[in-house]
Design a protein around this ligand. Structure first.
Ligand SMILES: *Cc1c(COP(=O)(O)O)cnc(C)c1O
Length: 370
């Protein structure tokens, strides 16, 4: 039993979260989900330890649901039908780490290229794996500078090329174009290469943008990582990574006592989040995701127009849910939880409403008048 003061401690936390989620505009995180029907599964010690495609003697898990999630994402990413593999991760960072790990196993002495706008997880992962890297300039939009990339690769034509493409940069949601990058590799006759698509935020809706951004296997990616708790939404961070099966087969030790191969980054793996993602893709489907995207795009457009009308020079990249603003002052940053570097942004993730945008604008306009 909790004491009275401990009870009030968690009650206070609950109220704080309930209130904070009303002013949560700076992160690419959906807040409109409801997984009540899955709560009963929290009474089991779920664990999908080992490979999702092999059974383990640890049978309290959700592997068959995880496999359906992997199949769904492999399909929307145009992964080769009989040559894909993947699993539900703890988030985009783990998917990026796994993609880079495969790339390193395939090309031991490769150089990793990524833009200066790339998410901090890439730098961290490259350091963890002890890989050599070259950081490439970004264009003002946040997209990688293809001329700088071409020139940097040209100077190292004898070394395998590993690209961490950014499909939705953190601050401006710019998307690197993987088919353009493939074109550069072809022009320079690069023999050995690997392209990972870091689609943490955009990966769940990029397939439904028209025209489709060049970000998936059809465009030349060798692996795609996405976060599950961002656009889909989840109470627990999660993600999916999809790779080519023939590449994945190069790593993973058989572990006798769990009766299955250890092919993923962590040992124990979340067995609840595959159920969350399964529930989301079953209830939404491709049509539901597309509608979710279109609803958000409409509000993002509304936000830019309304801000511009009030004299705030907000802008967004084509078909982006991220609205970039001049750096806001501390009080507004804290009130609305706005990620801020040299610019600030709001992200119109599912759950964000026009009413919230209107209130934010009132705050911003009040600020401009000071
Ligand atoms: C959020 C994000 C990540 C990290 O994903 P997590 O799920 O937070 O681990 C990596 N790359 C990009 C582009 C992101 O937006």
């Amino acid at each position: 039993m909790l004491t009275e003061s401990e009870n009030s401690q968690i009650d206070t936390l609950f109220l704080k979260l309930q209130e904070g989620v009303q002013r949560f505009l700076g992160y690419p995180i959906a807040t409109d989900f409801n997984y009540e029907l899955l709560y009963r599964f929290l009474q089991f010690p779920l664990n999908n330890i080992g490979d999702p495609f092999q059974d383990s003697t640890y049978a309290i898990g959700t592997r068959e649901f995880e496999r359906e999630v992997v199949d769904f994402f492999a399909d929307i990413y145009h992964a080769p039908k009989d040559d894909y593999w993947g699993y539900v991760t703890n988030g985009g960072t783990e998917g990026n780490l796994y993609g880079l790990y495969l790339a390193r196993e395939l090309h031991r002495n490769g150089i990793v290229y990524f833009s200066e706008d790339t998410h901090y997880s890439v730098n961290k992962n490259v350091n963890l794996l002890g890989m050599r890297y070259i950081m490439i300039k970004s264009q003002p939009s946040g997209e990688i500078d293809y001329d700088d990339l071409r020139e940097s690769i040209r100077l190292h034509r004898d070394v395998p090329v590993i690209i961490m493409a950014n499909i939705g940069t953190t601050m401006k949601e710019a998307r690197d174009d993987i088919s353009k990058i493939r074109g550069i590799l072809t022009d320079l006759v690069i023999q050995q290469s690997y392209i990972h698509s870091d689609s943490a935020f955009c990966g769940t809706y990029a397939p439904f943008i028209e025209p489709k951004p060049a970000f998936d296997f059809a465009d030349g990616a060798d692996s795609v990582a996405v976060s599950g708790h961002k656009f889909v939404g989840s109470p627990i961070p999660c993600g999916v990574v999809i790779v080519k099966k023939r590449n994945a087969e190069r790593i993973g030790e058989g572990v006798g006592y769990i009766g299955c191969r250890d092919t993923t980054i962590t040992g124990s793996r979340n067995g609840f989040t595959p159920l969350v993602l399964w529930y989301a893709i079953k209830t939404l489907g491709k049509e539901g995701l597309k509608k979710r995207l279109n609803d958000c795009l409409e509000i993002a457009e509304y936000a830019v127009e309304a801000m511009n009308r009030h004299g705030i020079p907000a802008w967004r990249n084509p078909n982006a849910l991220t609205v970039v603003l001049p750096k806001v002052k501390e009080s507004i940053k804290n009130k609305w939880q706005l990620a801020t570097s040299d610019v600030s942004h709001i992200i119109v993730a599912p759950g964000v409403t026009k009413a919230q945008i209107d209130t934010l604008i009132q705050d911003l306009v009040g600020d401009l008048n000071i």
